[in-house]
Design a protein around this ligand. Structure first.
Ligand SMILES: NC(=O)c1ccc[n+]([C@@H]2O[C@H](COP(=O)([O-])OP(=O)(O)OC[C@H]3O[C@@H](n4cnc5c(N)ncnc54)[C@H](O)[C@@H]3O)[C@@H](O)[C@H]2O)c1
Length: 264
């Protein structure tokens, strides 16, 4: 095995991924298992989680667990950790990938919608991380990666609940990072618009809007789920052993607007 292959080997690691029946989570599961990890595919969508786990196992030969777990339900999260330990005996890494948010008119939100989004996008990841910490602290180069969003770092009035919750998530990650070193590393992948099929359409976009959005990016297209999974894999790998508390932005270069009016 070359030095680079060793750095990106996940042999002997057990990695829990949330929202893993979806586009980015399932791509991360496939990638990490192909590099040697046993992955736990957890999702609210039980049939989806089991299907992805079966596909990974078939593709890689690595024992994979598919399990229903609602990120907003603490009992489900306890069950997720218990089942992982029963099956694999340890947790070496966690990808808190779960999240979603619909577009809301700026004054169309209320307490219930705001809190619901916060529970899904922020609190669920806090609760699961807390449950995993005793196991993570025992593992070498333990790493936790979160799915952040560009809407959490830019004004995003069209997604007021989701963007506010993601902003909270990303600040939380930095707090977790400073208290958890050197044992456990915490980083965020700061994600731009990625093709996840119907999920973005359900959030309020039309295909025409998505095409217009793609044209605004420096790279002139939306991202592919695997392009985000590569970043997650890097942050979890031994190549990233001195990296904690960062936001790794993967957004196709973002959108560019000239600072000189009428010059772009
Ligand atoms: N796709 C993008 O453009 C984009 C951009 C920025 C950030 N992100 C973030 O990346 C992450 C993954 O996004 P994706 O594009 O793969 O989305 P996706 O919609 O394809 O997958 C999300 C998954 O989360 C699951 N889920 C929903 N509610 C849940 C709950 N309560 N408990 C457990 N699972 C639940 C869904 O069943 C789904 O399988 C999310 O946190 C999202 O906010 C995505």
């Amino acid at each position: 095995m070359s030095t680079v292959e060793k750095l990106f080997s996940f042999e002997g690691k057990v990695i829990v991924i949330t929202g893993a029946a979806g586009a980015i989570g399932s791509a991360a599961g496939h990638l990490l298992a192909s590099l040697g990890a046993n992955v736990v595919i957890s999702d609210l969508n039980e049939a989806g989680a089991i299907k992805v786990a079966e596909e990974i196992e078939k593709e890689t030969g690595k024992k994979t667990l598919g399990i229903r777990s609602d990120a907003t339900n603490e009992a489900d999260l306890v069950n997720l950790v218990e089942k992982t330990i029963q099956q694999f005996g340890k947790i070496s890494g966690l990808i808190n990938n779960v999240g979603w948010g619909a577009s809301t008119p700026i004054w169309g939100s209320d307490s219930e919608k705001m809190v619901k989004s916060y529970l899904l996008n922020t609190v669920g990841s806090y609760n699961l991380t807390k449950l995993c910490m005793p196991y993570l602290e025992k593992e070498p180069n333990a790493s936790v990666v979160f799915s952040g969003s560009m809407v959490g770092v830019t004004p995003s009035p069209e997604f007021i609940e989701y963007s506010t919750a993601k902003a909270g998530l990303m600040n939380m990650v930095k707090s977790l990072a400073v208290v958890s070193g050197p044992k456990v590393r915490f980083n965020t992948v700061l994600i731009g618009s990625v093709d996840n099929g119907d999920s973005t359409l359900a959030a309020g976009y039309t295909p025409e809007m998505l095409q217009a959005l793609a044209n605004m990016f420096v790279m002139k297209r939306r991202g592919k789920p695997l392009e985000i999974a590569y970043g997650m894999m890097f942050l979890m790998s031994d190549a990233a052993q001195w990296i904690t508390g960062i936001d790794l932005k993967i957004d196709g270069g973002g959108t560019y607007k000239s600072k000189m009016p009428n010059q772009d």
